[in-house]
Design a protein around this ligand. Structure first.
Ligand SMILES: Cc1cc2nc3c(=O)[nH]c(=O)nc-3n(C[C@H](O)[C@H](O)[C@H](O)COP(=O)(O)OP(=O)(O)OC[C@H]3O[C@@H](n4cnc5c(N)ncnc54)[C@H](O)[C@@H]3O)c2cc1C
Length: 441
């Protein structure tokens, strides 16, 4: 059987190893002392807490299907029902149901919500009567395209917080094609976007995301187990060299390994470093992907605190509000586990182009101050944890798809080497799994 080395033991690398089972002899090399990458479940005040990703996108099949295939079907949970809430214009305000990435098909649903000012709402209503801006052949930013249709306020206060929750990105740089391509295509070149959203076939009524009881870290462990691959942690790959039609993979701690093929399942910046001498054009393209530094502050409050939290499972914050926190999740309520334990809330901080404070104490204080300002009085936390994700989220800036195609094309003259991960087909877990399947195919 062909020997394949998968570099990176995050969900992308693990899904790649899993999809190779029975077809190749796979070895996963992970630099960290644990697998999972951004799927990391720790313990806070005695309960499991996801410190990175906490939910699986369920509107596309890959993550849920993989969880079921590796034996976690009975552990998948729907979140508690509740609206998407925005902390905007001075209060927590629920987005009316039926929105698509924050855009309501019928603007009248926003009346009385306070989500937009009167002029902002009036501008949104004009979408169906104003001539539609051209759908450019070049990739444009989400803001450039949507401002012409919906008005800037709707972009900043409805669309940006939802996209920010996924990409931590800037709407003025985020690629329309990569982030909202299918939504933009709905309206076509001349039609109304709102009318197109109204005409869409109704989506089946089911949860948009699902969780894994006990945390998403269990998904990484289960995929690793089911893959049958050799998994080596604490092994950092330092260089790749071609050896005829195969590969020699140098590591910091385990010498040099040989393989018939390599799957590079590391973040784009790490892939760029490993490819620098071998495929400079690919390295240049990958190295040009910007990344956002993000952090998660998890706070465990005394049991019973949950009753005083506002309705819903948390809130998103538009960047124009100028707050430190970009999203908050009432984890214990959202996933209803473990019963009777502390009330765990997590705050996400960090946006592309911004720098996070260096002190963890300062991050925690910022998170707590914003949570109290948004959600009302909260007791002193029993325990807190700061988890930093430096360069944690790749930015799908305009031109991203072309850039990544250039990286892939520059690898065709090498022995088999493919790329996957959060910079390729989308940042979410499901998209990472899809990129792993593409890579191993
Ligand atoms: C705070 C946060 C919250 C998120 N929440 C969600 C969510 O709720 N739902 C969702 O779908 N997505 C979420 N995401 C996005 C998603 O979690 C990630 O995009 C995804 O997990 C990335 O997986 P990956 O395997 O591509 O990369 P990673 O998880 O980064 O894994 C790459 C691995 O490669 C290893 N590595 C790097 N260099 C080397 C080397 N030289 N040698 C060996 N190993 C190396 C790293 O140590 C790492 O373990 C979130 C992301 C963050 C940062």
């Amino acid at each position: 059987m062909r020997r394949v080395i998968v570099i990176g033991g995050g969900i992308s690398g693990l899904a790649a190893a899993w999809s190779l089972r029975g077809r190749a002899e796979a070895t996963v090399l992970e630099a960290d002392d644990r697998i999972g990458g951004k799927l990391r479940t720790g313990t806070l005040a005695g309960v499991p807490v996801d410190e990175g990703a906490e939910s699986l996108m369920a509107l596309r099949p890959e993550a849920v299907d993989l969880a079921q295939a590796v034996g976690l079907g009975a552990d998948l949970r729907d979140p508690a029902p509740g609206p998407v809430t925005l902390w905007s214009r001075g209060a927590l305000r629920a987005l009316p149901p039926g929105h698509v990435m924050g855009v309501p098909p019928d603007p009248s649903a926003l009346e009385g919500t306070g989500l937009l000012s009167e002029p902002g709402l009036a501008r949104l209503r004009q979408e169906e009567t104003l001539p539609a801006p051209p759908l450019e052949a070049r990739d444009v930013s989400v803001a450039e395209y949507l401002t012409g249709r919906l008005g800037r306020e709707a972009v900043d206060r409805l669309v940006e917080p939802l996209l920010g929750g996924v990409y931590a990105g800037e709407v003025d740089r985020l690629s329309l094609r990569s982030a909202l391509g299918p939504v933009a295509a709905l309206a076509g070149p001349g039609g109304s976007l709102l009318a197109a959203l109204r005409d869409r076939p109704a989506r089946p009524a089911r949860a948009v995301v699902r969780g894994v009881t006990g945390g998403t870290g269990r998904l990484a462990a289960a995929v690793a187990r089911a893959s049958g691959a050799r998994i080596e942690t604490g092994v950092r790959v330092t260089a790749l060299r071609r050896a005829g039609g195969a590969w020699r993979v140098a590591t910091a701690s385990s010498g040099v390994l040989t393989a018939d093929a390599v799957v590079l399942a590391v973040p784009a910046h790490a892939a760029a470093r490993l490819l620098a001498g071998l495929a400079p054009e690919a390295a240049e393209a990958l190295g040009g992907v910007r990344h956002a530094d993000t952090a998660v502050v998890s706070l465990a409050f005394p049991p019973g605190t949950e009753a005083g939290l506002p309705p819903g499972n948390g809130f998103l914050v538009p960047a124009v509000e100028g707050r430190a926190v970009k999203a908050a999740t009432y984890l214990s309520r959202k996933w209803a586990w473990p019963a009777g334990g502390p009330c765990v809330v997590r705050a996400s901080l960090g946006r592309a182009g911004a720098t996070l404070p260096r002190s963890d104490a300062e991050l925690t204080a910022l998170a707590l101050a914003d949570l109290r300002a948004a959600a009302g009085p909260l007791p002193a936390p029993l325990a807190t944890r700061v988890t930093r994700w430096p360069a944690g989220l790749p930015q799908y800036d305009t031109g991203h798809a072309t850039r990544m195609a250039r990286a892939r094309a520059a690898l065709t003259d090498l022995p088999p080497l493919t790329l996957c991960g959060a910079a390729h087909q989308g940042v979410g877990i499901a998209a990472c799994i899809a990129s792993a399947y593409t890579a191993t195919r």
